[in-house]
Design a protein around this ligand. Structure first.
Ligand code: URA
Length: 229
């Protein structure tokens, strides 16, 4: 029996039981999970985002205007992760919407994606005052939200932008300049460390070229090519 015949038979059977009055189907949770239909524990992005919006686990909740959970495609090929929201992100509740975000959008477009086709998030969900670096305590209380999001998003590749993003997810003493361009993994998901767009905005010699090489390696892994300019 061919695969198409099996699909036809299943379809005929489902139509038949529907006509006979069946309106609810019992399906094993593991089957639904394998189909990517529901998370194993009924968690979904909305519940995570709601929890983030009410979070008071650290003092950043006292100074934030908005939480910034991250946004984009709920089943992305690529998840970009930055450090923490800045002033623009805090004002709008959206990740990477300021100057660094505009550069990130250009990088995403050069790869042949739109912002909406990928997911963009940060290690921290709230802005540190004066855009200071996140403290280890802030990172350790906040990271569980991102980890839960990653479990839901199931991206094919994570691009970690800058040292905080990599060190938030991967145990390493190496600097971003040593880590970048070399694949590592987060919970079985390929992770490519590269420089943060804010660093690129300072125009360090050769850094843009290196980031582009890293992003092209990501495309190679996905079996894609950057569109011609
Ligand atoms: N820098 C980040 O790391 N994240 C943002 O969302 C904006 C700037």
């Amino acid at each position: 029996m061919s695969f198409d015949d099996i699909i036809d038979d299943v379809e005929t059977y489902l139509k038949y039981i529907k006509e006979e009055g069946t309106s609810v189907l019992e399906v094993e949770r593991s089957t639904l999970d394998a189909m990517g239909r529901v998370p194993v524990n009924d968690e979904n992005m909305k519940t995570v985002v709601e929890e983030i919006s009410k979070c008071t686990k650290c003092s950043l909740s006292e100074t934030r205007k908005n939480t910034v959970p991250g946004q984009g495609n709920p089943s992305p090929e690529i998840l970009f992760i930055g450090e923490a929201p800045g002033a623009d992100e805090d004002a709008q509740g959206l990740a990477f919407v300021g100057r660094a975000g505009q550069l990130l959008a250009k990088m995403i477009e050069a790869m042949g994606f739109t912002r909406d086709e990928v997911f963009i998030a940060n290690i921290l969900k709230c802005r540190p005052p004066e855009n200071r670096k996140p403290s280890p305590d802030e990172m350790s209380v906040c990271i569980s939200y991102l980890k839960r999001q990653i479990a839901l998003l199931k991206p094919k590749v994570i691009v970690a932008l800058g040292s905080t993003a990599v060190h938030g997810l991967v145990e390493s003493d190496l600097k971003i300049s040593e880590l970048r361009g070399n694949w590592t993994e987060f919970e079985g998901i390929k992770l490519m460390p590269t420089f943060h767009p804010s660093y690129l905005l300072r125009n360090p010699p050769g850094a843009k070229k290196k980031v582009w090489e890293d992003l092209q390696e990501v495309l190679r892994h996905l079996g894609r090519k950057a569109p011609a300019k």
